[in-house]
Design a protein around this ligand. Sequence first.
Ligand code: CAA
Length: 239
Amino acid sequence: MRVALVTGGTSGIGAATAEALQAAGYRVAASFASRTEAAQAFHARTGIPVFGWNVADFAACETGVARVEEALGPVEVLVNNAGITRDGMLHKMSAEQWREVIDVNLGGCFNMCRAVIAGMRERRFGRIVNMGSVNGQSGQMGQTNYAATKAGLIGFTKSLALEGAARAITVNLVAPGYTDTAMVEAVAPEVMARILSDIPAGRLATPAEIARAVVFLAADESGFINGATLSINGGKYMA
Ligand code: CAA
C-alpha cells in the first residue's frame, strides 16, 4: 500500500483528492494550515489522519513530513495542493499580499518537495503532483501574485521532472479551471457571473473531477508521464 500525502488536504480540491486516493487504495495523510476544527471534522468523516503545519515554513515541512512518515511510512506520493489567494489589482496590491501568496503557493511546493525528495531518490520511486491553475496559464485580472505562482509551478514541475526521471520519480501538474470550492465562492457574485459566462461547459468543475486527474498521475502505471501539465477547465483555456 503506497503512502500519499496531500497538502491542504482537508478541504476543497485537496479533500476530494485525499478521499479519491484513499478509495484507490493508498494510505493517505492530509495536512492543513490552521482550520483545526474543519480538519478534525474531515478526519472524523473519512478516517484520514490529519497533520497541522504551515507549508510556507521550511522547518515545519521537515518536521511535518517526519511525523507523517513515522505514522504511515515513507511518502511515495506527494500532492502539493495547499494554496491561497489574496486577490487585488496590482495598483492596489500590498507587498504582504504578494509575499503571502508566493510563500505559500510557490515556497510551499519547494519546502515540501525538499522534505521528500531524498527519500524518493533513495527508494527510486516517487510521484509528485502539483496543483496549478488555469489562471497561471491564461492570466487573470486581480491575480498577478497567484498567477505568477501557478505559472512558476509549471517551470518548477518541468525542472524537477528532469532531475527525477532517471530514478522513476515523476513530477506533473494539474491545472484546474474554476472549481466549486470555498476559494471560488469568495469571488463577488457579479464577477462570478462573468467568469461563468466565459466557461464553455457553463458550470464550475466539481472537486472530484480534479481529484480524478491527480489519482491518474499518481498511479504506478503513469510512470512515463513526466513534466506534463494536465488542464481541466471545461474548455475555458486550451493551452
Ligand atoms: N472576469 C471578468 N471581469 C472581471 C473579473 C473577471 N475575473 N474580475 C474583475 N472583473 C471586472 C469587474 O466586473 C469590474 O468591471 P466593471 O468595472 O465593468 O464593473 C472590473 O473588473 C473591476 O473589478 P472590481 O470593481 O471588482 O474592482 P476591485 O478593485 O474592487 O477588485 C478584483 C478587482 C480583485 C479583480 C476583483 O474583481 C476580484 O476579486 N475578481 C475576481 C478575480 C478572480 O477571478 N479570482 C479567482 C479566484 S478563484 C481561484 O483563484 C481559483 C483558481 O485557480 C481558478
